[in-house]
Design a protein. Sequence first.
Length: 292
Amino acid sequence: MATVAPSVEPLSNELVRIIKQRIETDRLVLPAMPQVATKCLTLIKDPDFAVKRLVQLLETDPVFSAQVIRAASTVALGGHSVRSLEIAVNKLGVNQLRVVLTQAAARSLFETRNRAIANQLGQVWRHSVAVGMLARDVGALIQLEDIEVVYLTGLLHDVGKTVVAAMLLEAESALGKKGWITADQWAEVVDKTHRPIGVSLAERWNLDSEVIDAIRDCQEYDAGNRRSAANVVRFANAMVKTQGVSSGTVDMDDANALVMIGRSMLDLDDEVVKRLSSGLKERVAGVVSAGW
């Protein structure tokens, strides 16, 4: 007779209790944004910032330098490679620079040397990239003013999962157990507990309010602000799940219902939805394999 996997409900409830307690007592340890990203993002808030100063900051971190040059090469006419950081910075402009720096900082959260959770975090990252890409496409289609903010909102809507993953490893170590929960159970616990941590992390990183709104609740649309970035991400999140790009078990009836509501909320027809989702898996695979 097949063994029945134990319920993860007690573990989820206990983790929620611990998270709430740590947030309320200001004892929740959250990863800081990398120093270089923080300094660069602070610098570019000044409309008269010196490009040379920004280049100097970027040069202190090879990872961020490479990401900026890669992003500039992607948008360069004819696909020509950009080799100078100064040229890359000027080509991208402030809005895209902000996206590239925040994305590079977020990507580091999803990287781990622990083989036990590397695959799961990789799935979360792929799902996040897919949501960001689809949200940006929808934002452009309905002519939102800042589609880069929409992209970041989609990219970071599940960022709290990285911190929960670290907490689960901490619990595993404290209990002296290995393989104590299956990959599916891991995903279930993370899904049930990550949102308050994600909000706290986004607030610590001074991310836009739209990002925080989407992290706080990705299931309920805001009828009072139908074309908000958070609503676009809620639609994209559900849509991506129906396309098989997810990081855990999906309630397909729920996902399809959210897609239907989102289509009405954002005034999207069948043909548009089909076009948006066409080749999504392949596009995400290409972006992730390129190092994003």
